[in-house]
Design a protein around this ligand. Structure first.
Ligand SMILES: [Zn+2]
Length: 520
C-alpha cells in the first residue's frame, strides 16, 4: 500500500493543485533576490514552486507583474479583543498580515489556555499566537503594589509563566514602562525569563523608558536576555522627545555590541512619527500604584497633585508630548465618544482657558479622573525611524490592533504599517530593498517565533501567501482619516485558503492558533 502511494506521488505532484499562482515575482522571505515562478498549493501547504507549466488547479491566480511573498507576521499586536468583533481582521488582511502575535507590553490573558480555546472555537481569517505578559502575571500574584516581590511571590510568578509556556505562549513580554511592570526590578524579570527561556521562548520588551533614559533601557533589555539565557527583543523601537532624537545611533551600537559578545538581541519597529497609548502614560508611575482609586486620592491631596502635575508638564514639554499639547490627540475616551480626534490643545481651549503646557496638564488630569482615555503622541523623529529600519536586526511590527471600522480615532499603524513600509520606505525613499522589507515582515519574525513552517515560501511550508502590486501598494490610513484600508493586496491566502481574492475579502475563515515551542 505504501509502495503504491510512493509510485503515485510524483504524478500527483505534477498534476493537480488546489490553488496555482502563476508568473509572479517570488520574493521568498529569506532576503534572496526575487525570481519568476509559479506556486502550487495543495491543502494548507505549498506543494511546489518553480516552472509549473501544464499543471492544473481548481483555482489559478495570474500574478503576472505582481509580487508573491509569504504572509506577513505582526510580532507585536493588540488584536485580542478586536479579533472577536472583526473575525476577518480586515485591516490586517488588506496590508498582507496573515498572523498576529498578541500579549505584548506585559499584558496578556492569564491563564492563556481559555483564550486559545476561545480563539480555536471562533472562525477567524488570520493565525494568532500570544506572549505571556509579565505585568499580567505580576498583577495576578501581587496586584498593583509598588514594591519588590518576595521570594514566595516570585516563585508563584515563575509557576504562572511556566504554565503559560506549556499552554503554548511564544515567550515573555514585559511592559516595564507600564504599571505594574515598572514596579519590578530587573532581577525579578530575569528570574521569570529563565523559566521562559528554558522552554524555548524569547523575551520582548516595551522598555522602561523610551525618552531620556533610553540607553539604560536598552541595556536592561539586553541584560534580561544575557542573564535570563534567552533571546531578547526591543519592541516598537523608537526615540521619543525631540531632545532625544538621534539617540538611535547609540541604541543600535548597544545592540551590535551585545550581539558581538553573543547576546541574541533583535528589534521591531513601526514606521510612524507618533506613538499611541493611554493618557496615563503622561502620569508618573508612582502615582498609579494601587490603581485608579488610589490615583484619584493622590489627585485629591494638594501636595501629591502638584507633584503629579509637574511631572505631566515635564512629559508634555520634553517627552511624549513633543513640546506642544497639539501633539497629543485623543484616540478614544470611554465616557465621551465625541472626544476622539481632538487634541489636548483643543480640549484645553474648550475649557475656556489659554492653551499652555501647564493648562494642558490640567486637562490631562481632568480626563484621567473621568476614565482611561487613549491618545496618539506625535514626538518621534523621521531620521531615527530610517536608521532603525535599516538595521539588519530590525523587523516590522504594527503595535496596532483590529479597530471597529469607523469607530474612534486610532493610530493609522493598525491599517497601514506593512503597506507603508512597502510604499514609502521601499518604493519612494529606498530605505530598504523590497526583498529586505519582505524578510523583515515574514522570514525574520518567523525565525524569532520558531515557526518552522511559516514565513518563507518553500515546498512543505504552510501556504500563508500574499500577492501584491509593488508599484501601487500603499497605506491610505492617516492620523486625520484613520479608517482607510491599505491598497495593493490582490490575493491573500491563509493556510491555503483565499481570504482575499481579487481585492475582496472572502467567506473563508482558515485562521488557526499557533503555539510556541514549549507547548505540551
Ligand atoms: Zn508597547
Amino acid at each position: 500500500m505504501r509502495l503504491l502511494w510512493l509510485l503515485l506521488l510524483p504524478g500527483l505532484l505534477h498534476g493537480q493543485f488546489d490553488v496555482l499562482i502563476t508568473h509572479g515575482r517570488i520574493v521568498d522571505g529569506t532576503g534572496n533576490p526575487w525570481f519568476y515562478g509559479d506556486v502550487g498549493i495543495r491543502g494548507d501547504s505549498i506543494a511546489a514552486i518553480g516552472k509549473l507549466d501544464g499543471a492544473t488547479a481548481r483555482e489559478t491566480l495570474d500574478a503576472r507583474g505582481k509580487v508573491v511573498a509569504p504572509g506577513f507576521i505582526d510580532i507585536h499586536s493588540h488584536g485580542r479583543r478586536g479579533i472577536f468583533d472583526v473575525p476577518t481582521a480586515e485591516n490586517y488582511l488588506r496590508e498582507g498580515v496573515t498572523t498576529f502575535i498578541e500579549g505584548p507590553d506585559g499584558s496578556s490573558p492569564i491563564p492563556l489556555a481559555p483564550f486559545f480555546a476561545k480563539l480555536s472555537a471562533t472562525p477567524i481569517s488570520v493565525n494568532v499566537a500570544s506572549f505571556v505578559g509579565h505585568g499580567a502575571i505580576r498583577t495576578e500574584v501581587m496586584g498593583l503594589v509598588n514594591r519588590k516581590s518576595t521570594p514566595q511571590e516570585l516563585e508563584k510568578m515563575k509557576d504562572i509563566a511556566r504554565q503559560a509556556m506549556l499552554d503554548g505562549a511564544v515567550g515573555l513580554s514585559t511592559g516595564l514602562f507600564y504599571v505594574p511592570g515598572n514596579y519590578a526590578d530587573t532581577e525579578e524579570v530575569i528570574e521569570i525569563a529563565k523559566v521562559v527561556g528554558a522552554l524555548g521562548g524569547f523575551h520582548e520588551s516595551h522598555m522602561r523608558d523610551e525618552t531620556d533614559h533610553i540607553l539604560d533601557s536598552v541595556r536592561e533589555t539586553i541584560r534580561i536576555g544575557e542573564e535570563g539565557g534567552l533571546p531578547t527583543q526591543v519592541t516598537h523601537h523608537k526615540v521619543i522627545g525631540k531632545a532625544n532624537w538621534g539617540q538611535s545611533v547609540a541604541t543600535l551600537k548597544l545592540v551590535e555590541e551585545a550581539r558581538a559578545r553573543g547576546v541574541d538581541v533583535t528589534i521591531d519597529q513601526y514606521p510612524y512619527t507618533a506613538s499611541s497609548t493611554g493618557i496615563a502614560a503622561l502620569f508618573p508611575q508612582w502615582s498609579q500604584a494601587g490603581g485608579r482609586t488610589a490615583l484619584i486620592e493622590r489627585l485629591d491631596a494638594p501636595a501629591s497633585r502638584d507633584k503629579i502635575r509637574n511631572e505631566i508638564i515635564g512629559n508634555i514639554r520634553e517627552g511624549r508630548g513633543g513640546g506642544d499639547p497639539k501633539n497629543i490627540v485623543i484616540v478614544s475616551c470611554p465616557f465621551d465618544a465625541a472626544l476622539a480626534g481632538k487634541s489636548l490643545a483643543d480640549l484645553t481651549m474648550a475649557r475656556g482657558v489659554a492653551v499652555t503646557i501647564e493648562s494642558a496638564a490640567d486637562t490631562a488630569i481632568a480626563l484621567q479622573r473621568k476614565g482611561a482615555c487613549s491618545a496618539v503622541y506625535h514626538a518621534i523623529g523621521e531620521e531615527d525611524i530610517g536608521r532603525i529600519m535599516r538595521s539588519p536586526y530590525t523587523m516590522i511590527a504594527s503595535d496596532g490592533d483590529i479597530p471597529l471600522f469607523g469607530k474612534a480615532a486610532p493610530h493609522p499603524r493598525s491599517y497601514g504599517t506593512f503597506a507603508r513600509v512597502l510604499g514609502v520606505y521601499v518604493r519612494e525613499r529606498h530605505v530598504l530593498t523590497l526583498e529586505e522589507a519582505v524578510r523583515k515582515m515574514s522570514g525574520m519574525p518567523a525565525a524569532r517565533l520558531k515557526f518552522g513552517d511559516r514565513g518563507i515560501l518553500r515546498p512543505g511550508m504552510k501556504a500563508d501567501v500574499v500577492v501584491f502590486d509593488a508599484a501601487t501598494v500603499a497605506d491610505k490610513s492617516t492620523f486625520d482619516q484613520p479608517h482607510q484600508y491599505s491598497v495593493g493586496f490582490e490575493d491573500v491566502l491563509v493556510n491555503g485558503k483565499l481570504v482575499v481574492k481579487a481585492g475582496k475579502v472572502t467567506a473563508e475563515r482558515p485562521g488557526r492558533v499557533l503555539y510556541g515551542p514549549g507547548k505540551k
